[in-house]
Design a protein around this ligand. Sequence first.
Ligand SMILES: NC(=O)c1ccc[n+]([C@@H]2O[C@H](COP(=O)([O-])OP(=O)(O)OC[C@H]3O[C@@H](n4cnc5c(N)ncnc54)[C@H](O)[C@@H]3O)[C@@H](O)[C@H]2O)c1
Length: 343
Amino acid sequence: MSGAPVRVGVVGFGYWGPNLVRNLDKLADADLVVACDTNEANLAKFSALYPYAATTTDLAAFLADYSLDAVVVATSAPAHFVIARAVIEAGKHCFVEKPLTLTSADAEELVRIAAERDVVLMVGHLMVYHSAVTYIKEVIESGELGDVLYLYAQRLNLGKVRVEENAFWSLAPHDVSIVHYLLGEAPDSVSANGAAYLNDGVEDTVFANLHFPSGRMANIHVSWLDPHKTRKFTIVGTKKMLVFDDMEATEKIWIYDKGVGAPSDAMAFGEDLTLRFGEIKAPFLKMAEPLSLEVQHFLDCCRNGQTPRSSGREGLEVVRVLEAVSESMRTGGAPVATGLETA
Ligand SMILES: NC(=O)c1ccc[n+]([C@@H]2O[C@H](COP(=O)([O-])OP(=O)(O)OC[C@H]3O[C@@H](n4cnc5c(N)ncnc54)[C@H](O)[C@@H]3O)[C@@H](O)[C@H]2O)c1
């Protein structure tokens, strides 16, 4: 592509689409050209904010008439696959909100046709663009925490209750993608329990355990039925422990020099393990809006053909984990293989 701004169209201007568009419109590398939505009232809201861009309810015209380089798909999840497939088949770079699709077969097809057409396929795993997550990745790779033993994530709130997908499909793509990114591996099996207290058949509260080929484990707890808005991540390493609390305005990360160890010869005598309580630090984090970093990354990938950090393949792997969690919940928490160890 030339150095000209990337000509971008957006499909879906409901709750989340406006956030993506607000960020796209601010970036010099993007030219916001047109929005497509089946809901005329939402298109009217778009026009009021971006009068210089066109609108349409017709996806075929959207893809054919505006010389778009790239498309951002922010419809509700059930529409992702059909729209993303049309976008890729039209030869345009494609950003799809999470979850990439509702089945791994659909995700595989998108990954395959994007490779065939040589277009970028990126999924909106927003959290892997969060400055805190980037920082934590550096801390882990520096060895400061020692070996990561296990981690757990809590993403809880009262609402937003959805009916077209359960709380795990709605919220946990963030946590699964963070875990994959931080650990550099995907789980080979999962086991999960969930309950549908609010709407029959749609789990609003889920506890999932992810087991990794390295022997590490992660627990993800998501809920729409909780008194506290919680966005918390805890990582326990052999040397130190780290807590990332995204509800904190400034001190989002705390690193605890705490652990359990034995004096070099204590084990030989069968003595008790010793607890270590050391310094606690809250490192300074230079924060940028994750959504802005995410859309800039998409534009960069469109420009230089680079594989996105949250690639279509990563989107597929997350969908495999989501499917395995659903299967485990159906079978009362039985372990379910993800098939990812050989992927
Ligand atoms: N990254 C995040 O943190 C985050 C947060 C919220 C939502 N999301 C994701 O964003 C996506 C949209 O969620 P939402 O809450 O905005 O949903 P929404 O239902 O509020 O909005 C979806 C919009 O898409 C339109 N639409 C639906 N089907 C369409 C079709 N076939 N053609 C054209 N337009 C169509 C609807 O009319 C609506 O305007 C979902 O994938 C969701 O998971 C991501």
